[in-house]
Design a binder for this molecule. Structure first.
Ligand SMILES: Cc1cc2nc3c(=O)[nH]c(=O)nc-3n(C[C@H](O)[C@H](O)[C@H](O)COP(=O)(O)O)c2cc1C
Length: 188
């Protein structure tokens, strides 16, 4: 099974890239039957969604390629920043383009959402918006999302220095792996 994993940040030194790395280290150790596909976020760059342009010019070629990649994935892991208590516009842009395909490529796709922020809240307000919009596409977002507040302090080299937070991340990832596998076996 394929796990498509990415951090929705273009910053080279990104807290969410670092959090994703910690999550994937655990995933590789414990859920090794999965193949991990890990593109840079720039791979998802698309022109700003414009429905009039879509109607006259059709879908951008790269959107077609992304559609295939989403269809090819059996589950998604997305680490995303919170921007102004909400979803980053660059991630919403991907959602808006993908929502124009039929069938919608994210339909029935299990998704695990994570967020790392320098502030205490761990991006939970942003994650709630990301969850809603992915669910609007028919994705099956794992109900327990992972937010790491004060991430600049808690993220060390390839790990979360706070043991309780690390334990919680591992438990949530394991729960999600079971959830995603169960959905896949129902869809076979
Ligand atoms: C436009 C913008 C809006 C932001 N809004 C929030 C916010 O609502 N909540 C928050 O905790 N941090 C907010 N931040 C700070 C980000 O959490 C911080 O820049 C974080 O490091 C971004 O994630 P990254 O390191 O993965 O790029 C915002 C940053 C920017 C640039």
């Amino acid at each position: 099974m394929n796990l498509l994993a990415f951090a929705a940040s273009h910053r080279p030194v990104s807290l969410n890239h670092r959090l994703l790395k910690v999550a994937l280290e655990h995933w590789k150790d414990v859920h090794s039957a999965w193949d991990i596909i890990q593109p840079e976020f720039s791979h998802f760059d698309l022109p700003l969604f414009n429905d009039a342009v879509r109607e006259t010019e059709g879908m951008p070629a790269h959107a077609d390629a992304l559609r295939k990649e989403f269809l090819n994935a059996h589950a998604l892991l997305i680490a995303t920043p919170e921007y102004n208590w909400s979803i980053p516009a660059s991630l919403k842009n991907v959602v808006d383009w993908m929502s124009c395909y039929r069938p919608v490529p994210l339909h029935n796709k299990p998704v695990f959402l994570l967020s790392a922020t320098p502030s205490e809240r761990g991006g939970m307000l942003g994650l709630a918006h990301v969850k809603t919009t992915f669910e609007g596409l028919g994705a099956m977002v794992y109900p327990t999302m992972y937010g790491l507040g004060k991430a600049s302090m808690r993220l060390g080299d390839n790990t979360i220095t706070d043991g309780e937070h690390l334990k919680r991340l591992h438990a949530q990832l394991d729960g999600f792996a079971g959830f995603a596998s169960a959905i896949q076996s129902l869809q076979r």
